[in-house]
Ligand binder design. Sequence first.
Ligand code: KG4
Ligand code: ZN
Length: 331
Amino acid sequence: MSEMILGIETSCDETAAAVVAHGDDVRSSIVSSQIDLHAQFGGVVPEIASRSHVELITPVVADALVEAGIEGRDVAAVAATHGPGLVGALLVGVSAAKALALVWDVPFVGVNHLEAHLYAALLEEPELELPLVFLLVSGGHTMLVVMEGHGRYRVLGSTVDDAAGEAFDKVARHLGLGYPGGPVIDRLAQAGDPSAIAFPRAMPGDNLDFSFSGLKTAVVNHVRKHPDVSVEDVAASFQEAVVDVLVAKARRAADEIDAKGMALGGGVAANSRLRERFLAAATEDGRPGFVPSRAMCTDNAAMVASCAWWRLQADGPSPLDLGADPGLRLG
Ligand code: KG4
Ligand code: ZN
């Protein structure tokens, strides 16, 4: 049996396809971003995302096969993200994957997007030992997850309001920096002073949950009161507040379950300061820390194909009547 899985990702504004052999050997990974289409609206417009996925899915899949040097009949299974995400966007990838699986007469595998983000780390560092604490930070989610085995997760904490990426995007929008906000704030912050403004560090309760909406409001109020403030200082101080909380809680989670290591995942894991502080904390605690490459942190299909490889072995193929599930959860 061929060991290559074609993965497809269309949960938000990236149309992606990848070929991965036996779970960790990436033969190709194509990501077509729609950011330019959505930027003028200050965020992802679901209807535009769906239409754009429809236009891009065939060429992106074709590119992934060509770059991997294979044809459809060489593929062992076709996987697609089936949730969480935008329903109209998810349906494009799920429908395409089912159609290809039927034509090539191979299994179809539906993948949880959050689980796929965790596999980004395992794909690049297969030697990571379990139990592993993941800090999963994306545009839609902020959670601490412990992975005890393949397919075995426990959510230790999550955000009670805005996700970390959402906070970056909303603060950037308020500062007139465009969409998506994370990369711009990351860049501006490098020229700013992280201790210039003492923004609040929300540690709701004595648990592992997060809250970022108070911080966002504090930034907006500060800029209103001090219109001449340096944007670089605001960016650096805001980013430092987010990173302080994320790193403190990830450390606490790793301590509580006596984790063998800690890893980052999700789009916000591309943040320079978070990457640096996360690795420093792991080293200080004498615990292996792993941060995937930036391209593997943001949405891609290699992580979907990798996750599907393990899913297929554990649970077998997904039924062809599996639908898109916009609210799909982890664990
Ligand atoms: O995982 P992802 O690509 O899509 C979702 O599944 O949500 O994450 C997108 C989020 C956006 O909010 C974006 O602003 C944020 O990741 N992001 C960053 C950086 N790059 C992307 N946030 C902070 N710093 C970055 N360098
Ligand atoms: Zn994502």
